[in-house]
Design a binder for this molecule. Structure first.
Ligand code: MN
Length: 134
């Protein structure tokens, strides 16, 4: 079994580099996009196992991206997690209504990040992590 492939759509350089580092350190294959349009293009071409989607991005924000993802028959069921600093009550409802499977709060916590995203992965991580779990 090969490692799950995770698409990260995020415009902030620090955040995308941190998430890329954490994913690769845990045996995942990370695919990176710094804006929504590029992210949708990669999602269609690569069919990732999971998408981590920043909400606040210039031009095309996370809500516009999730609308495109959920409107695409090939991507409609791909687990997609919102990554956002603002999770007030209204935001949470809007995130759920938009079709996200969940959300992660910023700032990203390196200690808990991998455990959090693995709850959304049907396919486990790299082989050594599967071994550890068994
Ligand atoms: Mn952002």
């Amino acid at each position: 079994m090969s490692a799950a492939r995770i698409l990260v759509i995020e415009d902030n350089t620090h955040n995308i580099e941190l998430v890329d580092y954490l994913l690769r350190a845990h045996g995942y294959v990370s695919l990176l996009a710094r804006d929504g349009l590029h992210g949708i293009r990669i999602a269609r071409a690569q069919r990732p196992d999971l998408i981590l989607l920043d909400i606040r991005m210039p031009e095309m924000d996370g809500f516009a991206v999730i609308a495109a993802i959920r409107g695409d028959p090939a991507l409609r069921t791909t687990p997609t997690i919102a990554v956002t600093a603002s999770v007030m009550n209204g935001d949470r409802q809007r995130i759920a209504a938009a079709g996200f499977d969940g959300y992660l709060r910023k700032p990203i916590e390196p200690e808990t990040f991998i455990d959090e995203i693995e709850r959304f992965l049907a396919r486990p991580a790299a082989l050594d992590r599967v071994g550890q779990r068994l």
